[in-house]
Write a protein that binds this ligand. Sequence first.
Ligand SMILES: CC(=O)Oc1ccccc1S(=O)(=O)Nc1cc2c(c(O)c1O)C(=O)c1ccccc1C2=O
Length: 201
Amino acid sequence: KTYKIVMIRHGESDWNKKNLFCGWYDASLSSKGVEEAISAGKTLKQRCYEFDVAHTSVLKRAEDTLCNILNLVDPKNSCTVHKNWRLNERHYGSLTGLNKSETAKKYGEDKVKLWRRSFDIPPPPMEVDHPYYCHIKNDPRYVDGPSECEFPTHESLKMTIQRTLPYWDNVIVPQIKNGCRIIIAAHGNSLRGIIKHLDSE
Ligand SMILES: CC(=O)Oc1ccccc1S(=O)(=O)Nc1cc2c(c(O)c1O)C(=O)c1ccccc1C2=O
């Protein structure tokens, strides 16, 4: 049996525009990013897509992308929306908020090249003195998870996939098998992990 599911990466964020590592920082969609989300919604509507369930992360760039799409595709608001930290973007640790030149200056080109192409080498952890540490760690949206020991300070691509897959396997797959029409609005690396898992099956 074949199933169909729609997965979409969020529109451009304010930090994407400035080429900053964003990760778990809750950057907003840029005006271009909102237009991208609306354009995706229009396309899905034109092709008569309908959804019973939607999944997104707890970061507003993904939530707002989904909202803009559902406003067009599901004006009656009949689709249930689930938000979960496991669909969050990869956590870039100490690189969060840095741009290209700051990263290279702080860690050197060789480290950047190593991290860029590695699967299981995480960037340095986000330390307590990092400008965004408290802002992210104490955010009330994480009150239902991740737990203290699960809360990331940095993630390799492998670590990102490892915390995204349980949500895919335990929540989304059963819904697909029950015939739900699903859309996922998330992030480059969390979606990449799901696709990599599907390709490996
Ligand atoms: C296009 C661009 O300017 O990317 C940026 C943005 C911020 C810092 C460094 C760069 S870069 O030019 O070195 N390119 C660049 C650099 C990197 C990555 C990446 O995908 C990338 O495109 C990563 O995925 C990545 C993942 C984990 C740690 C470090 C990097 C990294 O250092």
